[in-house]
Design a binder for this molecule. Structure first.
Ligand code: FAD
Length: 372
């Protein structure tokens, strides 16, 4: 089978299919697997290399329906995949724990309802009081309380992509550099025309090309409306004087994981040089053009940014495109023609949902599937 697109969704599907004994070729024009390669003026078409890797499943605001099921299944699969990859010397850097701050009493009330929700018992959710939040070092953004989840967390998307691809290639996954320019039915299967040259044929083709998926399907009269939503993010470094010195690097952050405030993720990266760095993101900008002013607004956290955040130095900035389905819920997982599967439209949660999407494709191909 052929997987078109080597973002996290395509690589996860290729790896999972390969792990189940299928022969897989993955094609993608991109060579850069470096995280944040979308920095600079042009928009990075690859969402995965821009993502912050925050996985939000247990704290999802709904407790039933497709989106809830996919999120829970995906978080469970990530745990399983981490163990498999760890055992094969391709560990995925994973930091458990996610703290959602409540900026007003109404949000705190919604968080309370999640903790007492019967569907979430045993999932490790706790309400944090303001006193408990006061113990955070460095201090978090101002909040009236918070919801802590011990099993949600954050992984490094670039390193994860690399781990899955390397492990797959060692097991026989074929990876070819090339852009799919046409998909044509051929003898009960599909032919994929590639640029700069060549064709590949297979019984099954998985279209995992993110925002480019719609254009690939259009000539087949398959209309799957989707739109790009650009996201910008920052890597920042705390100023040397924002903690008493000398401070051992391991005590620079006592956060229980990534922190979310008003939909913005603050991701400590003590593993990066100096131990003082963190990621902040991301903006939501419909279209293809990044507005630099949105990064300033992002840093202000709606007026709740603590002084150490205001004083932090910028170490890097990047941007990427999310693919948002129009008129349908994310993600788009469907057979659009016999043997042709679409795995796209993951919008803001493609890192989280990559394993569940891969598993959906596996089940479909192995005959047990139905539209998710
Ligand atoms: C700033 C930012 C932060 C984010 N943070 C998070 C987060 O914390 N958690 C989370 O779960 N999600 C997050 N997301 C969303 C997540 O990144 C996306 O949902 C996810 O990366 C989608 O993966 P994908 O593989 O479908 O698409 P992409 O990563 O966009 O990959 C598509 C691939 O297809 C290739 N391609 C395109 N056209 C062709 C063609 N014709 N032939 C062959 N290959 C082609 C591209 O080169 C690319 O490699 C974030 C996104 C952004 C932008």
């Amino acid at each position: 089978m052929i997987v078109v697109g080597a973002g996290l969704v395509g690589v996860a599907a290729a790896w999972w299919l390969q792990s189940h004994g299928h022969r897989v070729l993955i094609v993608d024009p991109g060579g850069g697997s470096e995280h944040g390669s979308g920095s600079g003026s042009g928009a990075n078409l690859n969402g995965s290399q821009a993502a912050l890797g925050v996985l939000m499943a247990r704290v999802f605001h709904r407790s039933r329906g497709r989106a809830w099921r996919l999120r829970q299944q995906s978080l469970d699969l990530w745990e399983q995949w981490r163990q498999i990859l760890e055992g094969r010397a391709h560990p995925i850097p994973w930091r458990p724990g996610l703290l959602l701050l409540a900026s007003d009493p109404a949000e705190l009330e919604r968080q309370q309802a999640l903790v007492t929700d019967p569907m979430r018992q045993g999932m490790g959710l706790q309400l944090w009081s303001q006193d408990k939040l006061a113990e955070l070092s460095p201090a978090g953004p101002a909040a009236v309380g918070g919801l802590f989840s011990e099993s949600d967390g954050q992984l490094d998307p670039g390193l994860t992509l690399h781990a899955l691809l390397s492990d797959g290639i060692e097991a026989g996954l074929c990876h070819q550099s090339g852009r799919a320019v046409a998909l044509e039915p051929r003898g009960g299967g599909w032919q994929v025309r590639l640029e700069p040259g060549g064709v590949a044929e297979a019984e099954w083709v998985l279209v995992c090309a993110g925002v480019a998926s719609g254009a690939l399907l259009e000539p087949l009269d398959v209309l799957e409306p989707m739109e790009p939503v650009l996201g910008q993010a920052l890597e920042l470094e705390r100023a040397p004087n924002d903690a008493p010195r000398p401070t051992p690097p391991e005590t620079l952050w006592n956060w229980p994981g990534a922190v979310v405030h008003g939909g913005v993720n603050l991701v400590p990266r003590p593993d990066l040089p100096g131990g003082r760095r963190f990621w902040l993101g991301a903006t939501l900008e419909p279209g293809l053009r990044a507005d630099p002013a949105r990064l300033e607004t992002l840093r202000e956290l709606g007026g709740a940014a603590p002084p150490w955040l205001e004083a932090a130095h910028e170490r890097g900035r990047w941007q990427g495109l999310r693919c948002r389905p129009q008129g349908q819920p994310a993600p788009l997982l469907e057979q659009v023609a016999p043997g042709l599967l679409l795995l796209s439209g993951h919008y803001r949660n493609g890192v989280l949902l990559a394993p569940a999407s891969a598993d959906w494709a596996l089940r479909w191909i192995e005959g047990a599937g139905k539209r998710s």
